[in-house]
Unconditional design. Structure first.
Length: 266
C-alpha cells in the first residue's frame, strides 16, 4: 500500500512494529508520529492492545522470501529502491555538510551576484552600440599601414583588464596575415567617430565599458573565492542541491520511512 494512502491505524501499526524491533529508534518513531499528527496517546493505546492480545510479530517477508521484491511501504517503489533513495539522500547531504555553509552574506559574495545581474542587463546594450559605432568609424590612415607589432602590443596591454581594451581591435576580410592572425584588421582608435569628431568610440560606449570592467572584476573575485572554498556544489541551484531536493520531495510525498530503521531492506 502506498505510504500516502495509508490510514492512521495503518501508520500506527507500522510504527509500532518498528519500535518493537529496534528500541533505539523509539525517538525517531515519536518524531514520525508528530509529523503525521498522530497523538502519542493513540499510539500507546495501540501498544497496550497488542500486549493484551499477546501478539508476536512475524518474521520479515524479506527473511522468508529473499528473492522477492518487497513493497511494504509503497506500491511505486520496492523496499530495495527505497533504501537506495535514502542512501543517495544521505550521501548528497554528507557532501554538502563537507562543503559547509556558503558565505552568502559576505560582501564579496553579494558583490559578485549583483555584478552578474548587472552584466546580464548591460552587456547586450554595450555590444549593440559597439557594433553600430564600428560601422560609423572613418579611417584616418590606410588600413595596410597599420603594422602587426602595434596590434600585438595592443593585445598584450589588454591582459591587465577583466573586460576593457586598451585599443579596440577587430578582424575582417579574407586575406590572412600570419603575423596578426587576421585577414584585414582594424583598430578603433585609428579611426574618426563622425558623431563625436574624436578618435575611437564615443564617451557613452567607453563609460559602459568602464562599468563592465568593474563588474567583471567583481565577478572574477567571486569566482576565485568560490573556487578557493570549493563552494560550487553548495550554491543554491547546483546539481547536488537540486537532486537532494528531488529526493527529499519524493520521501515526503510518499511518506517513506528509512528501511534501515527496521532492517527490512533487500
Amino acid at each position: 500500500m502506498a505510504g500516502k494512502n495509508r490510514t492512521k491505524k495503518e501508520h500506527i501499526a507500522a510504527l509500532f512494529r518498528i519500535s518493537q524491533k529496534h528500541d533505539t529508534l523509539k525517538t525517531r518513531v515519536m518524531a514520525k508520529l508528530d509529523e503525521l499528527n498522530i497523538p502519542v496517546e493513540e499510539f500507546n493505546d495501540y501498544g497496550r492492545f497488542m500486549e493484551l492480545q499477546n501478539v508476536v510479530e512475524p518474521d520479515s517477508l524479506v527473511d522468508k522470501y529473499p528473492t522477492v521484491r518487497a513493497f511494504t511501504q509503497s506500491d511505486k517503489h520496492p523496499d530495495s529502491e527505497i533504501l537506495k533513495i535514502f542512501e543517495a539522500r544521505d550521501e548528497l547531504q554528507a557532501s554538502l555538510d563537507a562543503i559547509g555553509e556558503v558565505p552568502t552574506d559576505a560582501e564579496w559574495f553579494q558583490a559578485g551576484r549583483t555584478a552578474e545581474d548587472r552584466i546580464t542587463e548591460l552587456k547586450p546594450f554595450y555590444e549593440e552600440l559597439k557594433s553600430y559605432e564600428w560601422e560609423q568609424l572613418k579611417p584616418i590612415v590606410p588600413l595596410m599601414m597599420m603594422g602587426a607589432p602595434t596590434e600585438l602590443v595592443a593585445g598584450a596591454t589588454d591582459l591587465r583588464y577583466d573586460f576593457k581594451e586598451q585599443l579596440h581591435e577587430r578582424g575582417f576580410g579574407t586575406s590572412w596575415n600570419p603575423l596578426t592572425g587576421f585577414g584585414a584588421w582594424d583598430i578603433a582608435e585609428f579611426n574618426i567617430n563622425p558623431e563625436t569628431g574624436q578618435r575611437g568610440f564615443s564617451p557613452d560606449l567607453l563609460a559602459m565599458e568602464e562599468e563592465l570592467e568593474q563588474l567583471y572584476g567583481q565577478k572574477r573575485v567571486w569566482n576565485e573565492k568560490i573556487e578557493e572554498g570549493d563552494y560550487l556544489e553548495g550554491l543554491p541551484g547546483s546539481d547536488t542541491r537540486i537532486e537532494l531536493d528531488r529526493l527529499n520531495q519524493m520521501i515526503n510525498e510518499e511518506q517513506l520511512l528509512d528501511p534501515r530503521m527496521y532492517g527490512e531492506a533487500q
